[in-house]
Ligand binder design. Structure first.
Ligand SMILES: Nc1ncnc2c1ncn2[C@@H]1O[C@H](COP(=O)(O)OP(=O)(O)OP(=O)(O)O)[C@@H](O)[C@H]1O
Ligand SMILES: [Mg+2]
Length: 249
């Protein structure tokens, strides 16, 4: 279970998150919506430990553990995964080596031996199928020259490989064509278990139609200003955010 209390965070001395309270129980999917610049990516960066952000107040616990005291790689080992809004290219590092290093680091943390090469490649094949990722892509350097949509699909492939307990998807739907969106969303659903939870950041209801979130939150100016069920996403789709902002005044 993820528990965020009164979280304040700044970047370059500017406060972006102004008191976030959010609890995500095991098995739950929470959607996070909100205007551009509201702080959604900042929140995801703070959860995974991106060094650019300074937490000035509040706490984040993960199964009761103080998440903020852990290094980014330790948070990953704890099963927390972020699919980036803008995935980075890592020239010279092959997908195979990258995934093997990530997976074996996690296994080491779990007290397991590295996965033998043949088993690892079998796993790559299995997981690739879930998101229908072309084998040509996994034989290249990480994200290098991938199209926008291919990068997003590759993020969910990495998630499939690592089987996180908390997945944060930051606009994974942006840039995907409609068929790719369906494949990626259905792939995500196949990976769900009663123990896994997710925070899904999106501007569009379409992804949420597939993922069926338990709860939808609206983040505006660094605060969660409204929380509701999936019907809130539908209302935002048709009415925008104006009525929510007006209600705050
Ligand atoms: N490295 C940075 N330096 C300066 N300002 C930053 C930095 N990163 C984020 N910000 C600012 O923090 C604010 C929140 O940004 P954030 O990326 O969290 O928004 P968002 O809700 O994810 O928006 P979007 O829907 O456009 O992705 C913005 O005003 C942004 O300009
Ligand atoms: Mg963002």
């Amino acid at each position: 279970m993820l528990q965020i209390s009164n979280l304040h965070a700044s970047i370059g001395g500017k406060e972006i998150l102004k008191g976030i309270d959010l609890t995500v129980k095991d098995g739950e999917v929470h959607a996070l919506m909100g205007l551009n610049g509201a702080g959604k990516s900042t929140l995801s960066g703070v959860i995974v430990g991106h060094p650019a952000y300074e937490v000035t107040q509040g706490s984040i616990t993960w199964d009761g553990k103080d998440l903020l005291s852990l290094k980014p790689e330790e948070r990953a080992n704890e099963g927390i995964f972020l699919s980036f809004q803008q995935p980075v290219e890592i020239p010279g590092v092959s997908m195979v080596n990258f995934m093997r290093a990530a997976l074996n680091a996690r296994r080491k943390h779990q007290g397991l031996d590295p996965l033998p090469a043949a088993e690892f490649l079998k796993l790559m094949r299995e997981k690739r199928k879930i998101v229908e990722l072309d084998s040509k892509l996994t034989s290249r350097s990480v994200n290098e020259g991938f199209s926008g949509g291919e990068k997003k699909r590759n993020e969910i492939f990495q998630m499939a490989m690592l089987e996180p307990r908390l997945a944060i998807l930051d606009e994974t739907d942006s840039g995907l064509d409609v068929d790719a969106l369906r494949i990626v969303a259905e792939g995500f659903n196949k990976l769900r278990t009663p123990q896994t939870s997710a925070i899904v950041i999106t501007h569009y209801q379409r992804l949420l139609d597939y993922l069926r979130p338990d709860t939808v939150h609206v983040l505006i100016d660094g605060r969660i200003v409204k929380t509701g069920g999936p019907e809130l996403a539908a209302e935002i789709e048709s009415r925008g955010f104006d009525w929510i902002v007006k209600g705050m005044e």
